[in-house]
Design a protein around this ligand. Structure first.
Ligand SMILES: C[S@@+](CC[C@H](N)C(=O)[O-])C[C@H]1O[C@@H](n2cnc3c(N)ncnc32)[C@H](O)[C@@H]1O
Length: 251
């Protein structure tokens, strides 16, 4: 209420003092209200409910739903920062014998992903609205066959690099969640991020590098590749895609 009163007051002041161009008060008010409502109300938050059979948001309910979906005899593939789900959809269609879980923060991408899976009647994917950093709460140790990290936010500025998902600490967590013989697969368009991950892998003995390319789409590995939304975007712009695959060591 105070905020609305402030907006009204501001609009009044803008109209009446020191302005050379006087805007229509209705326009000013509507623009301010739109901004306010946009922040407070994202229509995709409510739409999560329509897909509560696929999108899990609550750890307690989630554990039950995951138990329904997860059959430890089936390989589990995890996509961290899965976006709008194209990779999961396309992968699940060629590997119906596996279960799939995507972690994603953005409501719109989650809803779009769930709708895509329903359209194809895909039953073996769950999406979790949680930070990829929190997989420790959601997934048991030694449960995952493959972790895919496709085009994570690169945080290119040096002072922001601490926000990158892939750190040596996080590699330890992934190692814990991966089964013996499991794989971590990473793709990015960002050379610096790629090189730093290569270095981290070389410096520890948890994961062994088994494949890599600094131009995936012009390498032998392109045959097995499943492209993601962002990958198609970068490919269209002529950017090379960096790719690496590791296998778990020491379990
Ligand atoms: C650049 S997009 C890549 C999306 C998809 N993997 C692809 O390749 O098309 C990065 C995605 O990660 C999500 N994301 C960013 N930080 C995250 C986090 N901490 N946990 C889960 N998802 C995250 C973003 O919302 C975004 O959808």
């Amino acid at each position: 209420m105070t905020k609305i009163l402030n907006i009204l007051l501001n609009s009044y002041q803008q109209l009446n003092i020191g302005r050379t161009v006087v805007e229509n008060p209705k326009t000013i008010l509507l623009n301010e209200m739109r901004k306010l409502l946009g922040q407070a109300y994202n229509p995709y938050v409510a739409k999560l409910e329509d897909h509560c059979d696929i999108i899990l948001t609550n750890l307690e309910d989630g554990t039950n739903c995951l138990n329904d979906c997860l059959d430890s005899s089936r390989p589990l593939i995890v996509d961290l920062g899965c976006g709008a789900g194209n990779f999961l959809r396309d992968y699940s269609m060629v590997s119906p014998e596996c279960d799939f879980i995507g972690f994603e923060l953005r409501f719109k991408r989650l809803v779009k992903g769930a709708a895509k899976f329903k359209k194809r009647d895909i039953k073996n994917i769950r999406l979790i609205r949680a930070r990829a950093e929190d997989i420790g709460f959601w997934l048991p140790d030694d449960s995952v066959s493959e972790v895919h990290i496709n085009f994570p936010d690169p945080w290119p500025k040096r002072r922001h690099q601490k926000h990158r998902l892939l750190t040596s600490q996080y590699l330890k967590l992934l190692h814990m969640k991966l089964k013996k013989g499991g794989n971590l697969i990473f793709k990015t368009d960002h050379q610096d991020y790629f090189l730093s991950v290569m270095e981290m892998i070389e410096q520890q003995s948890l994961l062994k590098l088994v494949e890599y390319s600094d131009d995936l789409h012009n390498s032998a590995y392109r045959e097995q590749n499943i492209a993601t939304e962002f990958e198609m975007l970068f490919k269209g712009q002529g950017c090379p895609v960096y790719y690496l695959k590791t296998v778990v060591q020491g379990k």
